[in-house]
Design a protein around this ligand. Structure first.
Ligand code: XMP
Length: 317
């Protein structure tokens, strides 16, 4: 029987014992896990926790600034690093999904490493690893090869030479949320949908350009805001939009258009391993489709993904 209060008390004492007066660096992602890990460690060691929040240019619309402000409001010692241009220029011309993931992983480590070298005498790297990540990274590492090079468990480059602390590594997602609630973290932040590390890069099929990122951010924002305002956000495990690498013909007034197609995806799941597409109300889909086409320049067609996992996956890449 899991009791969040007891967990917090125990883990805070354990972290203080282990870390003492040393410095810890932690990468915040905007997600539930890294946020809860940071707040726990902040409680344990305060300003000796140095948080770094990297903008890879592939986050949701306005996410970087909004979440950074939120982190500061929570009293975290956090530095925002906008590395969008660096990520996007390294990704230019790349279409292969696994290559995109590898580039983003590598650049993230480079940026993070540069930043952590600016902090003197760091001894520990904290990560928001949770129990399913631990299990998945064990089962995925076999010779049968990676299906998708997921979660960066153990992905620490040697040259960083830091000891790892993972305060959440024995917890399941719902337990992490309960710990977060006990710590007073905003319920809206705790209820956020999962979002992949490589961000919108794997929702832009084909090569990535700043224009495509902006189109997808705008489409995604209309969809997610719509889910929230219609009371559907919390009924969905994960949702997002995908920018397809095709143009389709449409009409606007007397003009023929030839513009982008976007797919909307919303799934129900408990752990992401299997998932069913959500039967969103037709009226909602109709409204969102109109809103997207009216508001987002360059898109003239919206489709809804009705595939479940398996055999499809949640993401398209
Ligand atoms: P799939 O597409 O494999 O996704 O059904 C399952 C869950 O994992 C997320 N996902 C990722 N998360 N790095 C991540 O951190 C990745 O490369 C990655 N690929 C997929 C996906 O959003 C879903 O929640």
């Amino acid at each position: 029987n899991f009791t969040p209060n007891a967990f917090v008390e125990e883990i805070v004492a354990e972290m203080q014992e282990k870390i003492k007066d040393e410095k810890v660096v932690l990468g915040l992602s905007g997600g539930v896990d890294s946020t809860v890990a940071a707040v726990l460690l902040n409680k344990a060691i305060g300003k000796n926790l140095y948080c770094i929040f990297v903008n890879n240019g592939l986050l949701r619309k306005n996410e970087f600034n909004n979440v950074l402000e939120q982190y500061k409001g929570m009293g975290l010692n956090v530095k925002g690093v906008d590395a969008s241009d660096r990520f996007l220029s390294e990704l230019a011309g790349v279409s292969d999904p696994e290559t995109k993931r590898k580039i983003i992983g590598r650049v993230f480590i480079e940026v993070f490493d540069d930043e952590s070298h600016l902090i003197e005498d760091v001894k520990f790297l904290a990560q928001g690893t949770i129990y399913p990540d631990v299990i998945e990274s064990i089962s995925v590492k076999g010779p049968s090869a990676t299906i998708k090079s997921h979660h960066n468990v153990g992905g620490l480059p040697d040259y960083m030479k830091l000891q790892i602390v993972e305060p959440l590594r024995m917890l399941f997602k719902d337990e992490v949320r309960r710990v977060g609630a006990t710590l007073g973290i905003d319920p809206e932040l705790l209820g956020r949908h999962p979002f992949p590390g490589p961000g919108l890069s794997i929702r832009i099929l084909g090569d990535i350009t700043p224009e495509k990122v902006q189109i997808l951010q705008d489409v995604d924002a209309v969809f997610i805001e719509g889910l929230k305002s219609h009371g559907l956000y919390d009924k969905v495990w994960q949702a997002g939009a995908i920018l397809l690498p095709v143009n389709s013909v449409g009409v606007m007034g007397d003009e023929r258009t030839y513009e982008k197609v976007v797919a909307l995806r919303a799934v129900e799941s408990t752990d992401g391993m299997t998932a069913d597409w959500v039967h969103l109300p037709y009226e909602f889909l109709m409204k969102i489709s109109n809103d997207i086409i009216n508001k987002v320049k360059g898109v003239n067609r919206v489709v809804y993904d009705i595939s479940s996992k398996p055999p499809a996956t949640i993401e398209w890449e």
